[in-house]
Design a protein around this ligand. Structure first.
Ligand SMILES: Nc1ncnc2c1ncn2[C@@H]1O[C@H](COP(=O)(O)OP(=O)(O)OP(=O)(O)O)[C@@H](O)[C@H]1O
Length: 379
């Protein structure tokens, strides 16, 4: 059968690209149609860059030509994306903290997805790379950093700095740590509410002697509550990392987490999404992977939301054990876990460098190269 270009165009007038009002022909999305006998080649350019939109457009083109023109037509779709340039909205809030170059907030929508584990391991990996690192555990509901860093019984001392009393962070594995956990009894329910918690946090930031830091990591509480809003508004947060497992309910909450950072009142650039517990690997069978929470969920979410995918971390028993005994797993030298955390950390730094290049040069953002990462051997 010999197909006609005009019939193909007429069929394409019946569909539109996701998120675009006009039909494919009217909007100018179809840039070329060629027919050779029963073969059709359609060039189309859409604005929505998500994988879903691309797939949907392609499938709809095939369907409409098969149903309206010729059911055995051999169709090739050449799909391009021409996303409108997003305005740069990366505005740093709050006053810069003298000596602290970059503040990275680590968040998750859902609790228990491994946000604190990822934060602790990012911190020790950055320290191993030669960066000066601080970690502030702001999780008022379940501060876990004192245990993860094996300093649960320590109390920060008050020191005198230029005539002012300052709180001295506890240091272990090259990371300076302050946590709400240092100021609460282990068995006491934490019922600090918004303003009080925000005040305590502000003290740990502004009345602490952090010294010079390349990175201050914030372990945020799970969810998207008031405490997040006040932290983000009072601190010059350089970027946010969102942790999720590949599971549907975790992803729905991670999506809310990303939306929180991107909303106007907060407006913190999202450095990317980490997929934790991406698959289970038994220690004795390191090549076996079991996708118990589903496969690539966070990776697909990152693509869908058009934010960077920073990497995946397997579910490994020794990561949990290392957290429980207070020695983050990334400290196990020459292990696959150490390598995986190095890869993840490099991706975070790379995204941060990219963000900093885009951002206005404020005091809060100074790291503009990955020089420090050269300490880590490339695979
Ligand atoms: N990749 C992993 N492999 C094995 N165990 C993990 C992994 N990531 C986290 N865990 C374990 O899962 C549990 C929950 O992790 P973690 O406390 O880091 O989560 P969270 O998201 O910070 O939780 P919340 O914010 O609700 O307190 C911990 O016991 C931790 O050791």
């Amino acid at each position: 059968m010999k197909l006609k270009k005009v019939d193909i165009l007429k069929a394409l007038e019946k569909i539109s690209a996701p998120g675009e009002g006009q039909n494919l022909v009217e909007s100018g999305a179809v840039t070329n149609v060629q027919v050779f006998g029963d073969e059709v080649e359609v060039d189309v350019t859409i604005k929505n860059p998500s994988l879903q939109a691309k797939k949907k457009t392609e499938v709809e083109i095939l369907k409409i030509i098969h149903s309206e023109v010729y059911e055995k037509a051999k169709i090739k779709v050449n799909l391009k994306v021409d996303a409108p340039a997003k305005p740069k909205v990366n505005q740093i809030k709050g006053n810069p903290i003298p000596g602290i170059q970059n503040i990275i907030a680590v968040a998750s929508g859902k609790g228990g997805v491994g946000k604190s584990t990822i934060t602790a391991n990012l911190a020790v990996t950055l320290a191993k790379m030669g960066f000066k690192v601080g970690l502030l555990d702001t999780d008022i509901y379940g501060p876990s950093m004192p245990i993860m860093f094996d300093v649960a019984n320590e109390k920060p001392l008050s020191i005198n700095v230029n005539g002012k009393a300052k709180m001295k962070p506890i240091e272990n594995y090259g990371v300076k740590l302050l946590s709400i956990g240092f100021f609460t009894q282990p068995n006491q329910a934490v019922i600090w509410r918004g303003p009080m918690a925000a005040k305590a946090l502000n003290q740990m930031i502004f009345d602490a002697h952090w010294g010079e830091l390349d990175f201050l990591l914030l372990d945020l509480p799970p969810g998207t509550g008031d405490i997040h809003l006040s932290i983000m508004q009072s601190l010059p947060v350089t970027g946010a990392v969102v942790v999720s497992t590949p599971q549907e309910i975790a992803l729905a909450d991670a999506r809310k987490g990303v939306a929180m950072f991107q909303q106007e009142a907060i407006n913190v650039p999202v450095l990317g999404i980490v997929e934790n517990m991406a698959y289970f690997t038994p220690e004795e069978l390191p090549d076996n992977k079991y996708y118990i929470f589903g496969q690539n969920g966070a990776k697909n979410l990152a693509e869908d939301l058009d934010v960077p995918f920073l990497g995946e971390m397997p579910l490994v028993q020794s990561i949990r054990e290392a957290g429980d005994v207070g020695r983050p797993a990334a400290l196990q030298t020459a292990s696959p876990i150490e390598e995986a955390f190095e890869e993840l950390t490099k991706n975070v730094v790379q995204e941060l460098v990219r963000r900093n290049t885009d951002l206005p040069p404020t005091e809060a953002i100074k790291i503009t190269t990955m020089a420090g990462c050269s300490a880590v051997k490339k695979k």
